[in-house]
Each structure stands twice: as C-alpha cells, then as structure tokens.
Design a protein around this ligand. Structure first.
Ligand code: GDD
Ligand code: MN
Length: 396
C-alpha cells in the first residue's frame, strides 16, 4: 500500500543546527531545502529534475525537504502528494513563522544530512549546476555557492534598475560587513551547499531573504568555491520580493555588524573590570602599608585573580551564546585553561611591548603600559574568540 510521508514536525525556539542529526534518524549525505511560498506549479517540475540529477550523483544518499509557509495555494499538500512518487521528499508546513531565511534554517533543523543545501523552487536556479556544487564540496570546500557574478554566470533579462539595485545592495553590504561580504562574488545567492559542522552549534538569527550572509558571517567557513550560473527567468508564479526585503536586508547587515562589535565592546568592559581587580590587588599585596609581599609574587597573584575574574564574566556574558552549547564542567574547565594560557602569552607580550615602547618611543611607563595593554587586548580577543570559545568538540 502506498503512503504519504507524514508532514515533519517544525522546530521552535532557537535557530540552532545540531552537530549531528538525532540518533534515531538515519544519516544521509545531502539534505537540500526547497523553501516555498505559493509554488504549487513549480514544485511538480523541480522535484523530478532534482531527483534525476541526484539519482545519478548520489543515489539513495540524499533527501529533498520542502519548507512551505502554509501557502494559501496549498503548496504543502501538493508536495505531500508528491512524496508518494518521491519517497526521498519530505515536507514541512510552517504556520507559526514566516520568511525565506528562517524557513531554510527550520529545514536544516529537520535535515539528516552532513551536507546542507538550498535551492529556489521556481527553477530560476538551474538544477544542472548542482553537479558542480557537489564536486566543489567533494574537493574540500566548506561552502559551494552558485554565483551570478562568476565566469559563466549572469542574469538573463534583468532591467537596468534591477541590476543597479542588486549591485547597490552588494556594495552596501561591502561597506557594512566587508569581512564577510567581501569573501564572495554573489553574497545574495540563495543556491548553495555547505558542511553541517560549519554552522553547527551557532545560534542563527537571519532576517528576510538572505540566508547566505548569515551563514558566512556567523559560521566557521574555511574554503569557499563559487560556480557560475545564469539566473533564469521565472516560468510560473511570481517573485515574493518587495521593498520590505530591501529594508530587511539592511537591518540584517546592521544586526550582524552589531553582533560583532557588541561582543568586542563587552570584552573591553570585562577587561576594564580586570584592570581594576589587578591594580587593587597589586596594591593590597605589595604595598608597604598593606601586606608588603614581594612585587613579583604580588603581580602573579593579582594577574591571576584578574584572569579568573575576566574568565567568569566572559563566559557568562561576552561569549555566552557560544558557551551555551558546551555546558559540562569539563568543557568549562577546558575553556578556562585555554583562556589562562592565552592570557599568559598576552601578559608576556604585554611586558615586551611595554619595554620596547618605554625604551625606544615614549619614555613614560604609564603611557607605554596603556599602549601595550591596548594592543595585547586586540590579540587576546582574537585568540580567545578563535580558541577558547570556539566550538571544536563535535564528537560529543
Ligand atoms: N517558506 C518560504 N517562506 N519560502 C519563501 C518565502 C517565505 O516567506 N518567500 C519566498 N520563498 C521562496 C519562493 O517560493 C522561492 O522558492 C524562493 O523562496 C525564492 O523566492 P523568490 O520570490 O522567487 O525570490 P527571487 O527570485 O526574487 O529572489 C532570489 O534572488 C536571489 C538571486 O540570486 C532569492 O530567492 C535568492 O534565493 C536568489 O538567489
Ligand atoms: Mn525567484
């Protein structure tokens, strides 16, 4: 007897991708999300095309996941009927949230694959390109993007206005978020594959249409490969883009910018509290009128106290979002050890820079100290972000 695949449950709460799919679920290689809104005619075309592509590429090792936002044309019901013929197709019907970018993340949360991907339903993204994207991943890319701005890429019949808007949006993105937008030629692409581990454990918070910029900015993406493709004209249905998506795109850029700068400011605030701890304890331990301990011992005690103070604040506040995914005492202790190690490197460097500046640039120990602390803080921040609070432990 033939049976529909049941609708999949939709995750709620944080937009967080698990490291591994839930144990009970069989793992697959590739999970490709197809977000839909009012696409009942398109999905009947794209599902067979993607299936024949993937049956050649990775037979039995993929799933297609349609995430429909409760379309009035009942796209989700049409999709569910398709599962009779295409058992590798799974369907989510979302009723509590809306929007392209979050739909994609909800799809990834239901995914069983180690490689996650997304493609538009309306055939504006040619399914043939999937082969090249897959090849890119196999050759070691963390992220493989179909790009309109690479050799062999383009937009078919766009008006001058639309081209300008698209380029303008990209230039704006470069101005606000250069470190991420600058890594790719088509940051607006909605057609890409990536390795699950690059975004596992990160709380995503996308807004509007552009899931790729969220992934590049918040993920830990090493190698990126882009593949040129021609953005096709729509065959059926209509685009859902309005002015609202342009506004949301700009909001999204600022949100990502703030998330980065906000963290750095919190790190500085914690650092200042550490400075107060360090100075007062140094006075308490070493001053002739207080405990009068030797200066080196005093400095070590004061410095270590400041390090503990800073660690506790950073773990609870500055890097709280990263720490939340690894809460056992063992994991916490490991973060503390790394933090301590990095801070002692920082301290040594601090002394070296201080002496350099004091002897060769400005003969004022307080100014020299301040400059060296400032420069070491940047290094400290970067190393701690990359090492102490980095989620590396994927196997537990
Ligand atoms: N679930 C869900 N919810 N899907 C949506 C929503 C939504 O709110 N809005 C749009 N979609 C689906 C559409 O049904 C379609 O499959 C896909 O997302 C893209 O939407 P379009 O409205 O067709 O977008 P577009 O063609 O104008 O814009 C595209 O521009 C880029 C060009 O590189 C984007 O879709 C990008 O993905 C694309 O790469
Ligand atoms: Mn489209």
């Amino acid at each position: 007897m033939l049976r529909h695949n049941l609708l999949l449950p939709v995750s709620t709460g944080n937009l967080l991708i698990e490291t591994l799919p839930p144990i009970a679920e069989r793992e697959t290689l590739l999970s490709l999300i197809i977000p839909t809104y009012q696409e009942r005619n398109s999905i009947a075309k794209i599902v067979p095309l993607l299936t024949s592509q993937l049956d050649r590429l990775i037979p039995n090792d993929y799933e297609l996941i349609i995430v429909d936002d409760n379309s009035p044309d009942r796209t989700w019901a049409v999709a569910q009927d398709l599962t009779l013929q295409y058992p590798q197709l799974r369907v989510l019907r979302r009723t509590n949230e809306r929007g392209l970018a979050t739909a994609v993340v909800r799809g990834w949360q239901a995914a069983r694959g180690q490689i996650l991907g997304v493609i538009d339903a309306d055939l504006q993204h040619p399914p043939e390109v999937l082969g090249q994207l897959w090849q890119a991943i196999e050759s070691g890319a963390d992220l493989a993007i179909a790009s309109r701005n690479m050799d062999g890429g383009g937009v078919s019949e766009w008006s001058l206005l639309r081209r300008c808007l698209s380029r303008g949006a990209q230039i704006l993105g470069l101005a606000i978020l250069p470190e991420s937008i600058g890594r790719v030629t088509d940051p607006m692409s909605g057609y890409f594959l990536l390795r699950r581990e690059t975004i596992a454990g990160k709380v995503l918070s996308p807004l509007g249409y552009k899931i790729l910029i969220e992934v590049i900015d918040r993920g830990e993406i090493g190698k990126i490969i882009e593949v040129g493709y021609e953005f096709q004209e729509r065959q059926a249905g209509t685009s859902k883009v309005t002015w609202r998506q342009y506004i949301e795109y700009i909001q999204h850029l600022f949100r990502l910018r703030l998330a980065r700068s906000g963290r750095f400011l919190r790190f500085i605030a914690v650092g200042l509290s550490g400075l107060v701890v360090d100075m007062s304890l140094l006075y308490l331990f070493s001053d002739a009128y207080t405990l009068a301990l030797p200066i080196t011992l005093s400095k070590i005690l004061a410095g270590e106290s400041a390090i503990i103070n800073n660690f506790l604040w950073n773990d609870r506040w500055t890097f709280a979002d990263l720490a939340r995914t690894q809460t056992s005492n063992r994991q916490k202790f490991r973060r503390f050890l790394k933090f301590n190690l990095i801070c002692s490197i920082g301290l040594t460097l601090n002394l070296a820079i201080l002496h350099l500046i004091y002897n060769f640039v400005i003969h004022d120990r307080y100014i020299a100290n301040l400059i060296s602390i400032a420069s070491v803080t940047c290094l400290n921040y970067w190393l701690n972000l990359k090492l102490s609070w980095r989620i590396t432990d994927h196997r537990h």
